[in-house]
Design a protein. Sequence first.
Length: 372
Amino acid sequence: VDVFAPSRGGGMSAFGILEWGGCGYTNADGSMPFDKGEVSSYADANPDFPGSCGRCYEVQCVPGIVLGRNDEAVQYGNWYYFPEHGNAVDDMGRTFPGNPAEKDGYVYVKCWDPEKSVRVHVVDICPCWYSPKGQQPYEQPSCCFKNSTNPRSGQHEMDLSFWVYEQLAHPMYPEMMLNIRPVDCYSGAALPTSPGYINRDTLYDNMVTTGWSWFPYMTPTHNFNVTAPGWGLGGSAAACAEISPGGGMTWWCRGCYREGYQPFNGASSISFWLRDRYNPGNVPPLKVVVAQQEDDTYCPGEAYLTSITPSARGADGWIQWSLPFDSTWNCGKLTPTRDKIGFQSVGSANTWFCLDELKISHDGAAPAPTKK
């Protein structure tokens, strides 16, 4: 298993790779805004999967036999378990405490401390139906719905990074049962589980917010940052990318066309700040579109920024637009199911721009204050 492959190739070669995940939280140099000891992926069969990108969960190891589909004990031969290396130590020098159920072919986990919890950010997706690069699609049973009654046996499936995992139990155990709960990423306060929490009002402010994935595309110079410190409004961080004609940046709330999520439902306006890094103070040649990613349908309206008077101008070449939602994008009855907004180049040459404070106002509510 090549844990540190430079790119995600699919199958075994993708095992353990944190960067370039399904939420897009990766800078061009491969760095990420979160520490490797605080990240996980989340299965698309989980009940609260919509908008899980960027969401935080508090996780605890549950000692005992690991249960799976139909509440049956998981056979250790199905997973990464190497008892012949039972003397292996983890990164903190701790030895494997043993598997009491090995004689029966199962996995019994001895947690380091069942009371210890770790807060993780979701940075990737664990798809039930996986389509790896260069391979035929195949099912990943561990990421699919399991007909189980035990709440810890698979209705929620989470892949912890190696460095999170070893905080809870020895990595010789191939998997463990978890207690999990959604929490605020900063305060740790508990959040509702159904529907899962998403930020319906702010999509970017120093970082992509809870619920939203971020992807630049058509970046021939490989020059992009999901968070560029010091490049944002007032010296904060911004999302930046150099894109070729037809390229752009996309914010997508995965699965958020479903009831209980629907970030654009009731939207009255969308506001954002942009800065052209080639020519600060100039309006970059971009259009703004609203769509649903899953069925690839777009609202008929498009906002061509070079044809729209800015709402405000700030220091250092930053320009703000605040656009009325209905009259700009004309989504009509499609509005509730929209879950994506994109900024696409309509220029004839590369465009390098930064974006900050991307916000949705709902039903006439005033947007949150702007950074000074």
